[in-house]
Design a protein around this ligand. Structure first.
Ligand SMILES: Nc1ncnc2c1ncn2[C@@H]1O[C@H](COP(=O)(O)OP(=O)(O)O)[C@@H](O)[C@H]1O
Ligand SMILES: [Mg+2]
Length: 425
Protein backbone atom coordinates (compact mmCIF):
# COMPACT_ATOMS: atom_id res chain seq x y z
CA UNK A 1 0.00 0.00 0.00
CA UNK A 2 1.16 3.54 -0.65
CA UNK A 3 0.11 7.13 -0.41
CA UNK A 4 1.93 9.72 -2.50
CA UNK A 5 2.12 13.38 -1.63
CA UNK A 6 3.61 16.19 -3.66
CA UNK A 7 4.14 19.54 -1.98
CA UNK A 8 5.05 22.69 -3.91
CA UNK A 9 6.94 20.58 -6.40
CA UNK A 10 8.87 22.50 -9.02
CA UNK A 11 11.11 21.43 -11.87
CA UNK A 12 13.42 23.73 -13.77
CA UNK A 13 15.47 22.28 -16.61
CA UNK A 14 18.78 24.04 -17.17
CA UNK A 15 18.61 27.68 -16.15
CA UNK A 16 15.11 28.72 -17.08
CA UNK A 17 12.89 26.04 -18.57
CA UNK A 18 10.22 25.78 -15.87
CA UNK A 19 8.50 22.48 -16.65
CA UNK A 20 6.38 22.12 -13.49
CA UNK A 21 5.55 24.48 -10.63
CA UNK A 22 3.28 24.84 -7.59
CA UNK A 23 2.37 21.19 -7.89
CA UNK A 24 0.40 20.11 -4.82
CA UNK A 25 -1.40 16.79 -4.70
CA UNK A 26 -2.25 14.09 -2.18
CA UNK A 27 -2.86 10.68 -3.67
CA UNK A 28 -4.69 8.15 -1.50
CA UNK A 29 -3.68 4.53 -1.13
CA UNK A 30 -4.96 2.44 -4.08
CA UNK A 31 -6.23 5.49 -5.89
CA UNK A 32 -6.06 5.66 -9.70
CA UNK A 33 -4.87 9.16 -10.57
CA UNK A 34 -4.54 10.42 -14.13
CA UNK A 35 -2.37 13.36 -15.19
CA UNK A 36 -3.80 14.77 -18.40
CA UNK A 37 -2.99 17.79 -20.52
CA UNK A 38 -1.57 18.83 -23.88
CA UNK A 39 1.92 17.84 -24.95
CA UNK A 40 4.63 19.71 -23.05
CA UNK A 41 2.50 20.60 -20.00
CA UNK A 42 4.77 18.74 -17.58
CA UNK A 43 3.05 15.38 -17.10
CA UNK A 44 6.07 13.15 -17.77
CA UNK A 45 8.36 15.43 -15.80
CA UNK A 46 6.11 15.12 -12.75
CA UNK A 47 5.88 11.35 -13.12
CA UNK A 48 9.64 11.05 -13.52
CA UNK A 49 10.20 13.11 -10.37
CA UNK A 50 7.95 10.70 -8.47
CA UNK A 51 9.89 7.77 -9.92
CA UNK A 52 13.23 9.35 -9.07
CA UNK A 53 14.36 9.57 -12.69
CA UNK A 54 14.49 13.35 -12.53
CA UNK A 55 15.86 15.63 -9.80
CA UNK A 56 13.32 17.75 -7.97
CA UNK A 57 14.27 21.43 -8.15
CA UNK A 58 12.08 22.46 -5.25
CA UNK A 59 9.40 20.99 -2.99
CA UNK A 60 8.99 17.46 -1.71
CA UNK A 61 7.72 14.12 -2.90
CA UNK A 62 6.59 11.76 -0.13
CA UNK A 63 5.70 8.11 -0.39
CA UNK A 64 3.90 6.72 2.64
CA UNK A 65 4.75 9.85 4.55
CA UNK A 66 8.48 9.59 3.90
CA UNK A 67 10.27 12.21 1.81
CA UNK A 68 11.93 10.40 -1.10
CA UNK A 69 13.56 13.36 -2.88
CA UNK A 70 17.02 11.86 -2.40
CA UNK A 71 16.16 8.19 -2.82
CA UNK A 72 17.38 6.30 -5.87
CA UNK A 73 14.63 5.02 -8.20
CA UNK A 74 15.37 1.43 -7.20
CA UNK A 75 14.82 2.27 -3.54
CA UNK A 76 11.38 3.83 -4.08
CA UNK A 77 9.58 0.56 -4.74
CA UNK A 78 7.92 1.92 -7.85
CA UNK A 79 7.11 0.27 -11.17
CA UNK A 80 6.96 2.23 -14.39
CA UNK A 81 5.62 1.50 -17.87
CA UNK A 82 6.62 3.84 -20.67
CA UNK A 83 5.16 4.61 -24.07
CA UNK A 84 8.24 3.14 -25.70
CA UNK A 85 8.37 -0.19 -23.95
CA UNK A 86 11.45 -1.72 -25.53
CA UNK A 87 11.34 -5.46 -24.99
CA UNK A 88 14.52 -7.50 -25.45
CA UNK A 89 13.99 -9.02 -28.89
CA UNK A 90 16.19 -12.06 -28.29
CA UNK A 91 14.51 -13.03 -25.01
CA UNK A 92 11.26 -14.92 -24.59
CA UNK A 93 8.26 -13.27 -22.97
CA UNK A 94 9.07 -15.18 -19.77
CA UNK A 95 12.66 -13.96 -19.74
CA UNK A 96 11.62 -10.40 -20.59
CA UNK A 97 9.36 -10.41 -17.56
CA UNK A 98 11.90 -12.19 -15.36
CA UNK A 99 14.84 -10.00 -16.41
CA UNK A 100 14.64 -7.40 -13.68
CA UNK A 101 13.76 -10.02 -11.10
CA UNK A 102 16.98 -11.87 -11.82
CA UNK A 103 18.95 -8.70 -11.06
CA UNK A 104 16.95 -7.91 -7.96
CA UNK A 105 18.67 -8.13 -4.58
CA UNK A 106 16.21 -8.32 -1.72
CA UNK A 107 17.33 -6.94 1.63
CA UNK A 108 16.80 -9.07 4.70
CA UNK A 109 17.42 -7.99 8.25
CA UNK A 110 19.87 -10.23 10.16
CA UNK A 111 20.70 -9.99 13.83
CA UNK A 112 24.08 -11.08 15.13
CA UNK A 113 23.31 -13.42 18.03
CA UNK A 114 26.31 -12.47 20.14
CA UNK A 115 26.51 -8.72 19.58
CA UNK A 116 22.80 -8.10 19.06
CA UNK A 117 23.61 -5.86 16.09
CA UNK A 118 21.36 -5.97 13.04
CA UNK A 119 22.56 -5.67 9.48
CA UNK A 120 21.07 -6.26 6.09
CA UNK A 121 22.05 -9.08 3.82
CA UNK A 122 21.01 -9.00 0.20
CA UNK A 123 19.91 -12.11 -1.58
CA UNK A 124 18.67 -13.02 -5.03
CA UNK A 125 15.13 -14.17 -5.58
CA UNK A 126 14.85 -17.94 -5.84
CA UNK A 127 14.03 -19.57 -9.19
CA UNK A 128 10.73 -20.69 -7.67
CA UNK A 129 9.85 -17.16 -6.62
CA UNK A 130 10.68 -15.77 -10.06
CA UNK A 131 8.62 -18.49 -11.74
CA UNK A 132 5.72 -17.80 -9.41
CA UNK A 133 5.73 -14.05 -9.95
CA UNK A 134 6.04 -14.25 -13.74
CA UNK A 135 3.35 -16.89 -14.19
CA UNK A 136 0.97 -15.08 -11.85
CA UNK A 137 1.39 -11.79 -13.72
CA UNK A 138 0.99 -13.60 -17.04
CA UNK A 139 -2.21 -15.20 -15.77
CA UNK A 140 -3.68 -11.82 -14.77
CA UNK A 141 -2.73 -10.33 -18.15
CA UNK A 142 -3.99 -13.31 -20.14
CA UNK A 143 -0.63 -14.04 -21.76
CA UNK A 144 0.16 -17.38 -20.09
CA UNK A 145 0.24 -19.17 -23.44
CA UNK A 146 2.70 -16.67 -24.89
CA UNK A 147 5.48 -17.09 -22.34
CA UNK A 148 7.83 -18.94 -24.67
CA UNK A 149 7.35 -16.63 -27.65
CA UNK A 150 9.69 -13.85 -28.64
CA UNK A 151 8.48 -10.22 -28.99
CA UNK A 152 8.45 -10.35 -32.81
CA UNK A 153 5.88 -13.16 -32.62
CA UNK A 154 3.46 -10.94 -30.69
CA UNK A 155 0.86 -8.36 -31.72
CA UNK A 156 1.15 -4.76 -30.52
CA UNK A 157 -1.38 -5.32 -27.77
CA UNK A 158 0.35 -8.48 -26.58
CA UNK A 159 3.68 -6.67 -26.43
CA UNK A 160 2.08 -3.93 -24.40
CA UNK A 161 0.80 -6.55 -21.98
CA UNK A 162 4.29 -7.98 -21.61
CA UNK A 163 5.61 -4.50 -20.84
CA UNK A 164 2.96 -4.10 -18.15
CA UNK A 165 3.74 -7.60 -16.84
CA UNK A 166 7.42 -6.71 -16.61
CA UNK A 167 6.49 -3.85 -14.30
CA UNK A 168 3.91 -5.90 -12.38
CA UNK A 169 6.28 -8.66 -11.27
CA UNK A 170 8.23 -6.19 -9.17
CA UNK A 171 5.38 -6.11 -6.62
CA UNK A 172 5.67 -2.36 -6.36
CA UNK A 173 3.70 -0.11 -4.09
CA UNK A 174 3.12 2.51 -6.79
CA UNK A 175 2.49 1.82 -10.46
CA UNK A 176 3.42 4.63 -12.87
CA UNK A 177 2.36 4.58 -16.51
CA UNK A 178 3.43 7.19 -19.05
CA UNK A 179 1.18 7.13 -22.13
CA UNK A 180 1.33 3.33 -22.27
CA UNK A 181 -1.29 3.09 -25.01
CA UNK A 182 -0.12 5.88 -27.32
CA UNK A 183 1.64 3.56 -29.72
CA UNK A 184 -1.38 1.36 -30.30
CA UNK A 185 -3.97 1.81 -33.02
CA UNK A 186 -7.35 3.23 -32.02
CA UNK A 187 -9.22 -0.07 -31.76
CA UNK A 188 -6.53 -1.72 -29.68
CA UNK A 189 -6.26 1.35 -27.51
CA UNK A 190 -9.95 1.10 -26.62
CA UNK A 191 -9.55 -2.57 -25.83
CA UNK A 192 -6.43 -2.05 -23.70
CA UNK A 193 -8.14 0.79 -21.87
CA UNK A 194 -10.85 -1.62 -20.76
CA UNK A 195 -8.16 -4.13 -19.79
CA UNK A 196 -6.37 -1.58 -17.63
CA UNK A 197 -9.63 -1.00 -15.76
CA UNK A 198 -9.83 -4.74 -15.09
CA UNK A 199 -6.13 -4.96 -14.29
CA UNK A 200 -6.48 -2.22 -11.75
CA UNK A 201 -9.06 -4.32 -9.89
CA UNK A 202 -6.68 -7.27 -9.83
CA UNK A 203 -3.50 -5.49 -8.77
CA UNK A 204 -4.57 -3.55 -5.81
CA UNK A 205 -2.06 -0.72 -5.80
CA UNK A 206 -1.73 3.02 -6.29
CA UNK A 207 -1.70 4.04 -9.96
CA UNK A 208 -0.50 7.26 -11.53
CA UNK A 209 -1.28 7.30 -15.22
CA UNK A 210 -0.18 9.94 -17.73
CA UNK A 211 -2.03 10.62 -20.96
CA UNK A 212 -2.84 13.48 -23.33
CA UNK A 213 -6.14 11.78 -24.19
CA UNK A 214 -9.11 13.10 -22.27
CA UNK A 215 -11.15 9.97 -22.99
CA UNK A 216 -8.52 7.81 -21.31
CA UNK A 217 -8.43 10.23 -18.40
CA UNK A 218 -12.19 10.26 -17.97
CA UNK A 219 -12.62 6.49 -18.22
CA UNK A 220 -9.64 5.41 -16.09
CA UNK A 221 -9.24 7.97 -13.35
CA UNK A 222 -10.75 8.00 -9.89
CA UNK A 223 -9.51 11.56 -10.00
CA UNK A 224 -8.04 13.54 -12.86
CA UNK A 225 -5.31 16.16 -12.63
CA UNK A 226 -5.61 18.53 -15.58
CA UNK A 227 -2.38 20.37 -16.36
CA UNK A 228 -1.35 23.22 -18.62
CA UNK A 229 2.01 24.98 -18.95
CA UNK A 230 3.40 23.27 -15.84
CA UNK A 231 0.49 24.26 -13.60
CA UNK A 232 -2.38 22.19 -12.26
CA UNK A 233 -5.64 23.59 -13.62
CA UNK A 234 -8.04 21.38 -11.70
CA UNK A 235 -8.13 18.17 -9.69
CA UNK A 236 -11.39 16.29 -9.46
CA UNK A 237 -13.40 13.21 -10.27
CA UNK A 238 -14.42 12.79 -13.92
CA UNK A 239 -17.93 13.98 -13.04
CA UNK A 240 -16.65 17.03 -11.18
CA UNK A 241 -14.38 18.24 -13.96
CA UNK A 242 -17.05 17.59 -16.58
CA UNK A 243 -19.93 19.23 -14.73
CA UNK A 244 -18.01 22.07 -13.12
CA UNK A 245 -14.82 22.83 -15.05
CA UNK A 246 -12.77 25.29 -13.00
CA UNK A 247 -11.88 27.42 -16.00
CA UNK A 248 -12.24 27.79 -19.73
CA UNK A 249 -9.20 25.64 -20.45
CA UNK A 250 -10.57 22.64 -18.56
CA UNK A 251 -14.01 23.22 -20.07
CA UNK A 252 -12.62 22.98 -23.60
CA UNK A 253 -10.14 20.20 -22.85
CA UNK A 254 -12.57 17.73 -21.28
CA UNK A 255 -15.34 16.43 -23.53
CA UNK A 256 -15.42 15.70 -27.25
CA UNK A 257 -16.31 17.44 -29.45
CA UNK A 258 -15.21 20.31 -27.29
CA UNK A 259 -17.55 22.64 -25.47
CA UNK A 260 -18.96 25.54 -27.51
CA UNK A 261 -17.74 28.78 -25.95
CA UNK A 262 -19.09 32.12 -27.11
CA UNK A 263 -19.03 35.73 -25.93
CA UNK A 264 -22.27 36.63 -24.15
CA UNK A 265 -23.69 38.98 -21.55
CA UNK A 266 -24.98 37.84 -18.20
CA UNK A 267 -27.73 40.16 -17.04
CA UNK A 268 -28.94 40.36 -13.46
CA UNK A 269 -32.40 41.79 -12.94
CA UNK A 270 -33.27 41.83 -9.24
CA UNK A 271 -32.98 38.19 -8.17
CA UNK A 272 -33.28 36.87 -11.69
CA UNK A 273 -30.70 36.26 -14.40
CA UNK A 274 -30.66 35.93 -18.13
CA UNK A 275 -28.04 35.51 -20.81
CA UNK A 276 -27.91 37.53 -23.98
CA UNK A 277 -26.30 35.62 -26.78
CA UNK A 278 -26.65 35.87 -30.55
CA UNK A 279 -29.38 38.49 -30.07
CA UNK A 280 -31.53 36.10 -28.05
CA UNK A 281 -32.27 36.50 -24.34
CA UNK A 282 -32.29 33.15 -22.54
CA UNK A 283 -33.60 33.01 -18.98
CA UNK A 284 -31.31 31.43 -16.40
CA UNK A 285 -33.60 29.42 -14.16
CA UNK A 286 -33.41 26.54 -11.71
CA UNK A 287 -30.19 25.62 -9.97
CA UNK A 288 -27.94 27.74 -12.16
CA UNK A 289 -29.97 30.85 -11.34
CA UNK A 290 -29.93 29.97 -7.63
CA UNK A 291 -26.18 29.44 -7.67
CA UNK A 292 -25.54 32.77 -9.39
CA UNK A 293 -27.71 34.48 -6.81
CA UNK A 294 -25.99 32.74 -3.92
CA UNK A 295 -22.64 33.97 -5.17
CA UNK A 296 -24.04 37.43 -5.72
CA UNK A 297 -22.87 37.48 -9.33
CA UNK A 298 -23.55 40.84 -11.01
CA UNK A 299 -24.21 41.66 -14.66
CA UNK A 300 -21.09 41.28 -16.75
CA UNK A 301 -19.75 40.15 -20.08
CA UNK A 302 -18.95 36.46 -19.97
CA UNK A 303 -17.90 33.54 -22.06
CA UNK A 304 -20.86 31.21 -22.18
CA UNK A 305 -20.12 27.50 -22.50
CA UNK A 306 -22.53 24.85 -23.75
CA UNK A 307 -21.49 21.32 -24.66
CA UNK A 308 -22.49 20.09 -28.14
CA UNK A 309 -24.58 17.29 -26.64
CA UNK A 310 -26.50 19.79 -24.55
CA UNK A 311 -27.71 21.83 -27.49
CA UNK A 312 -30.99 20.78 -28.98
CA UNK A 313 -32.72 21.42 -32.26
CA UNK A 314 -35.86 23.48 -31.97
CA UNK A 315 -38.31 25.27 -34.25
CA UNK A 316 -38.32 28.86 -35.37
CA UNK A 317 -41.34 29.71 -33.21
CA UNK A 318 -39.52 28.94 -29.99
CA UNK A 319 -38.79 32.35 -28.43
CA UNK A 320 -35.37 31.02 -27.42
CA UNK A 321 -34.43 29.68 -30.84
CA UNK A 322 -30.99 30.68 -32.09
CA UNK A 323 -30.94 30.69 -35.88
CA UNK A 324 -27.93 29.00 -37.48
CA UNK A 325 -26.77 27.89 -40.87
CA UNK A 326 -25.67 24.30 -41.27
CA UNK A 327 -22.16 24.00 -42.67
CA UNK A 328 -21.32 20.32 -42.29
CA UNK A 329 -23.34 17.33 -41.16
CA UNK A 330 -21.07 14.59 -39.88
CA UNK A 331 -22.88 11.28 -39.65
CA UNK A 332 -21.29 9.39 -36.75
CA UNK A 333 -23.72 6.47 -36.76
CA UNK A 334 -25.54 6.83 -33.48
CA UNK A 335 -25.40 10.61 -33.67
CA UNK A 336 -24.96 13.55 -35.96
CA UNK A 337 -22.35 16.24 -35.42
CA UNK A 338 -23.81 19.36 -36.92
CA UNK A 339 -21.27 22.09 -37.59
CA UNK A 340 -23.25 25.31 -37.80
CA UNK A 341 -22.62 29.04 -37.99
CA UNK A 342 -24.62 31.43 -35.84
CA UNK A 343 -25.88 34.66 -37.44
CA UNK A 344 -22.68 36.52 -36.48
CA UNK A 345 -20.50 33.80 -37.98
CA UNK A 346 -19.56 32.07 -34.71
CA UNK A 347 -19.03 28.35 -35.33
CA UNK A 348 -20.89 25.91 -33.09
CA UNK A 349 -21.18 22.14 -32.91
CA UNK A 350 -24.45 20.42 -32.09
CA UNK A 351 -24.61 16.69 -31.30
CA UNK A 352 -27.92 15.09 -32.11
CA UNK A 353 -28.73 11.43 -31.33
CA UNK A 354 -29.99 9.90 -34.58
CA UNK A 355 -32.77 7.99 -32.76
CA UNK A 356 -34.47 11.32 -32.17
CA UNK A 357 -34.80 11.98 -35.88
CA UNK A 358 -36.83 10.50 -38.71
CA UNK A 359 -35.01 9.42 -41.83
CA UNK A 360 -36.59 12.39 -43.59
CA UNK A 361 -35.24 14.78 -41.00
CA UNK A 362 -31.75 13.30 -41.28
CA UNK A 363 -31.75 13.68 -45.04
CA UNK A 364 -33.01 17.26 -44.81
CA UNK A 365 -29.93 18.28 -42.82
CA UNK A 366 -27.74 19.37 -45.69
CA UNK A 367 -25.21 22.17 -45.97
CA UNK A 368 -26.77 25.61 -46.30
CA UNK A 369 -30.04 24.78 -44.57
CA UNK A 370 -31.22 27.05 -41.78
CA UNK A 371 -31.74 25.33 -38.43
CA UNK A 372 -32.66 26.53 -34.96
CA UNK A 373 -30.87 25.47 -31.82
CA UNK A 374 -31.41 26.19 -28.16
CA UNK A 375 -30.33 25.05 -24.72
CA UNK A 376 -31.60 25.04 -21.16
CA UNK A 377 -30.03 26.93 -18.33
CA UNK A 378 -28.99 23.78 -16.47
CA UNK A 379 -26.40 23.04 -19.16
CA UNK A 380 -24.92 26.55 -19.26
CA UNK A 381 -21.42 27.28 -17.99
CA UNK A 382 -20.43 30.85 -17.13
CA UNK A 383 -16.83 32.02 -17.37
CA UNK A 384 -15.50 35.47 -16.58
CA UNK A 385 -14.57 36.97 -19.93
CA UNK A 386 -11.30 38.33 -18.47
CA UNK A 387 -10.48 35.80 -15.75
CA UNK A 388 -11.69 32.76 -17.75
CA UNK A 389 -12.67 31.27 -14.38
CA UNK A 390 -15.95 29.47 -13.88
CA UNK A 391 -18.16 31.92 -12.00
CA UNK A 392 -19.69 29.03 -10.04
CA UNK A 393 -16.70 26.72 -9.64
CA UNK A 394 -16.05 27.00 -5.91
CA UNK A 395 -19.37 25.52 -4.96
CA UNK A 396 -19.03 22.68 -7.45
CA UNK A 397 -19.18 19.67 -5.14
CA UNK A 398 -21.98 20.80 -2.91
CA UNK A 399 -24.01 22.27 -5.74
CA UNK A 400 -23.79 19.14 -7.89
CA UNK A 401 -24.53 16.74 -5.09
CA UNK A 402 -27.50 18.72 -3.86
CA UNK A 403 -29.08 19.55 -7.19
CA UNK A 404 -28.94 16.19 -8.94
CA UNK A 405 -32.19 14.54 -7.78
CA UNK A 406 -34.56 17.48 -7.99
CA UNK A 407 -33.49 18.83 -11.36
CA UNK A 408 -36.83 19.67 -12.87
CA UNK A 409 -37.65 20.87 -16.33
CA UNK A 410 -38.29 24.43 -15.26
CA UNK A 411 -36.76 25.78 -18.43
CA UNK A 412 -38.82 27.15 -21.21
CA UNK A 413 -35.81 27.19 -23.43
CA UNK A 414 -35.91 23.68 -24.83
CA UNK A 415 -39.61 23.13 -25.28
CA UNK A 416 -39.22 22.43 -28.98
CA UNK A 417 -39.17 18.71 -29.73
CA UNK A 418 -37.92 16.71 -32.65
CA UNK A 419 -41.45 16.00 -33.82
CA UNK A 420 -42.05 19.68 -34.47
CA UNK A 421 -40.67 21.34 -37.50
CA UNK A 422 -37.25 22.61 -36.53
CA UNK A 423 -35.69 23.29 -39.86
CA UNK A 424 -36.57 25.81 -42.47
CA UNK A 425 -35.12 26.25 -45.90
N1 LIG B 1 15.40 16.98 -20.41
C1 LIG B 1 14.82 18.15 -20.65
N2 LIG B 1 15.53 19.27 -20.82
C2 LIG B 1 14.94 20.46 -21.05
N3 LIG B 1 13.63 20.66 -21.12
C3 LIG B 1 12.85 19.57 -20.97
C4 LIG B 1 13.38 18.27 -20.72
N4 LIG B 1 12.36 17.40 -20.60
C5 LIG B 1 11.22 18.12 -20.77
N5 LIG B 1 11.51 19.42 -20.98
C6 LIG B 1 10.53 20.50 -21.17
O1 LIG B 1 9.68 20.53 -20.05
C7 LIG B 1 8.35 20.75 -20.43
C8 LIG B 1 7.47 19.61 -19.95
O2 LIG B 1 7.84 18.44 -20.63
P1 LIG B 1 7.14 17.04 -20.35
O3 LIG B 1 7.06 16.81 -18.89
O4 LIG B 1 7.85 16.01 -21.14
O5 LIG B 1 5.69 17.27 -20.93
P2 LIG B 1 4.51 16.23 -21.24
O6 LIG B 1 4.91 14.89 -20.73
O7 LIG B 1 3.32 16.81 -20.55
O8 LIG B 1 4.32 16.24 -22.72
C9 LIG B 1 8.36 20.92 -21.94
O9 LIG B 1 8.41 22.28 -22.22
C10 LIG B 1 9.63 20.24 -22.36
O10 LIG B 1 10.15 20.81 -23.52
MG1 LIG C 1 5.17 13.09 -21.79
Amino acid sequence: MATVKLTNVKKVYGKNVVAVQNFNLEIADKEFIVFVGPSGCGKSTTLRMIAGLEDITDGTVEINGKVVNDLQPKDRNIAMVFQNYALYPHLTVFENMAFALRLLRVPQEMTNESTGKTTYVYSKLSQDEIYKRVTEAAEILGISDLLLRRPRELSGGQRQRVAIGRAMVRDSQVFLMDEPLSNLDAKLRNQMRAEIILLRKKIDTTFIYVTHDQTEAMTLGDRIVIMKDGFIQQVGTPTEVFDMPANLFVAEFIGAPKMNTVPATLVRNGDGYSVEVFGVTLPVEGDKGDQLLQKGVESQSITLGVRPEHMTLTNRNNPYAIPCTLQVNEMMGSELHLHVLAADGTPLIVRVPTVQLTAQQVSSLVAGVRIYVTFQSKVMHFFGSESQLNLLAEQSKEANAASEPQQEQTDEAAKGTASQQWYHN
